[in-house]
Design a protein around this ligand. Structure first.
Ligand SMILES: Nc1ncnc2c1ncn2[C@@H]1O[C@H](COP(=O)(O)OP(=O)(O)OP(=O)(O)O)[C@@H](O)[C@H]1O
Length: 257
């Protein structure tokens, strides 16, 4: 994992001429196969940054390069996984996964085989004919992950992908995602509010600060790929990040007994 894949150079962004600067002079790079988490308080510009990387929003200054070519519009090499799953309610699970690969030059059999392959990978091949409404939130997110994987992108952008799920489903899907990421060697950029999720999944965490949105700190996680939320190194990073957000030690409470 060494070559730079995405290069974000001095990027600034406002949504309108008179509007506030949402992103200011943001620069960092993302290596092929790397998992980057972008962490920050609400409104600091995380989703805006992700949308600029995906080519859904234009930048005002600077540029974003994918393999040295400027990103100006969305591409199949780099796709977005939304928090609300983006499934079509009238299409079966299988048909939802096929949606992403219908318009590329694959035969019907190839589409069907690829769809089943990724549904199997997320453990849902036996629900292929169900409608999204017949599945739990976690299962719907697995369908969305299978649909994204079936497109075989090189980069997956994730905006709070597990935010709406309960803790156990979230842990389960985080584990599943990491196994798939290792197998498929995808590059992932993950926006999250969840400090533990960032430490559990990422190689590197970028902490943003708001008004205007800037990269405040980069934390390289020197942890093995197989992580344990309970071990001392994990706690060390948790404390480091909590302190960055000044969650801890803002006030001292004394108890007089
Ligand atoms: N399409 C838009 N038009 C105008 N302003 C926008 C638009 N999208 C976002 N903003 C503004 O840009 C700022 C950053 O929003 P953004 O959604 O990128 O932040 P965020 O860090 O992802 O927030 P959250 O964690 O709450 O999702 C906010 O002030 C928001 O109101």
């Amino acid at each position: 994992m060494s070559s730079v894949m995405i290069d974000i150079r001095n990027v600034s962004k406002s949504y309108s001429e008179q509007g506030p600067t949402v992103l200011q002079d943001i620069s960092f790079d993302i290596k092929k196969g790397e998992v980057i988490a972008i962490l920050g308080k609400s409104g600091c510009g995380k989703s805006t940054l992700l949308n600029c990387i995906g080519g859904f929003e234009a930048v005002n200054n600077g540029q974003i390069l994918l393999d040295e070519v400027s990103i100006r519009k969305p591409s199949k090499r780099c796709i977005m996984l939304m928090q609300n799953y983006g499934l079509l309610p009238w299409r079966s699970v299988r048909k939802n996964v096929e949606l992403g690969i219908e318009n590329i030059s694959l035969s019907k059999q190839e589409i069907s085989e690829r769809t089943l392959h990724y549904l199997r990978m997320v453990g849902l091949e036996d629900r292929a004919n169900a409608l999204p409404s017949e599945l739990s939130g976690g299962m719907q997110q697995r369908v969305a992950i299978a649909r994204a994987l079936a497109m075989q992108p090189e980069v997956i952008l994730m905006d709070e992908p597990f935010g709406a799920l309960d803790t156990f489903t979230r842990y389960y899907l985080q584990d599943e995602l990491m196994q798939i990421q290792r197998r498929e060697k995808m590059t992932i950029v993950l926006v999250t509010h969840d400090i533990d999720e960032a430490i559990y999944l990422a190689d590197r965490i970028l902490i943003m600060k708001p008004n205007p949105g800037e990269i405040h700190k980069e934390i390289v996680l020197r942890l093995p790929k197989e992580r344990n939320r309970a071990d001392a190194d994990f706690q060390h990073y948790r404390e480091l990040i909590f302190n960055e957000f000044q969650f801890t030690h803002e006030t001292t409470i004394e108890f007089n007994i």
